[in-house]
Design a protein around this ligand. Structure first.
Ligand SMILES: N[C@@H](CCC(=O)N[C@@H](CS)C(=O)NCC(=O)O)C(=O)O
Length: 193
């Protein structure tokens, strides 16, 4: 989203989830995203944005207490979507097995997560309503900021949850962010298969 908003040209590669070797060779641990610019390799999304955003388009805003709030939303969204996400084209059977093994250690068995859907949705609802009341039309801002990239990236995950319904306000917000950042979730997967 940041690269698209900043109008930077890039090529993206989806690494299979069980690929430990590639990220470990590049940055010494199994973590994405990783970017290579002029043969310099970097990780940590916010560090990457800081280096690429030379005109401070995204950095003029601070996170404030939104970071904690985003983590809360992210935690619930992940519990809701992980059992469904594993069936998207992002996961080969091998990647899916590895992901389920790793993530269920912390979150519990995926079938149980799916059974707890209602509980998670009830926890998420007031958080989404609160953030919706702060969209003017961006998150506490009249222009798109770094906070919107964080928020939209988390909330976008809910598109994977069957029959999940966004409010009109949230849906329009996501489409607005998509258009300004030229974000195309699926393009990377189809390109490589
Ligand atoms: N603070 C890091 C967090 C990145 C992160 O959590 N990446 C996840 C995927 S989105 C990851 O690679 N986790 C390691 C794993 O699940 O094996 C950033 O913003 O770049």
């Amino acid at each position: 989203m940041a690269l698209g908003l900043l109008g930077l040209e890039y090529a993206s590669h989806v690494l299979s989830y069980e690929d430990e070797a590639t990220p470990t060779q590049l940055i010494g641990k199994k973590m994405l995203p990783i970017i290579r610019v002029d043969n310099k390799v970097m990780n940590e999304s916010l560090d990457i944005i800081r280096v690429l955003d030379v005109n401070d388009v995204l950095q003029s805003t601070t996170w404030g207490n939104t970071e904690h709030f985003l983590n809360e939303i992210g935690e619930i969204v992940h519990n809701l979507v992980m059992p469904y996400w594993i069936w998207t084209p992002e996961f080969s059977p091998k990647a899916r097995d590895y992901f389920v093994m790793k993530k269920s250690q912390k979150r519990g068995p995926f079938p149980l997560l799916a059974k707890r859907r209602q509980e998670f949705e009830e926890k998420l609802k007031p958080l989404i309503e609160k953030v919706e009341s702060q969209l003017h039309p961006f998150w506490n801002s009249s222009t798109l900021t770094i906070r919107d990239i964080g928020l939209a990236a988390h909330v976008w995950g809910l598109f994977v949850l069957p029959e999940f319904q966004f409010s009109t306000k949230m849906y329009n917000y996501l489409m607005n962010v998509k258009s300004l950042t030229h974000f195309d979730y699926h393009a990377d997967f189809w390109k490589e298969t």
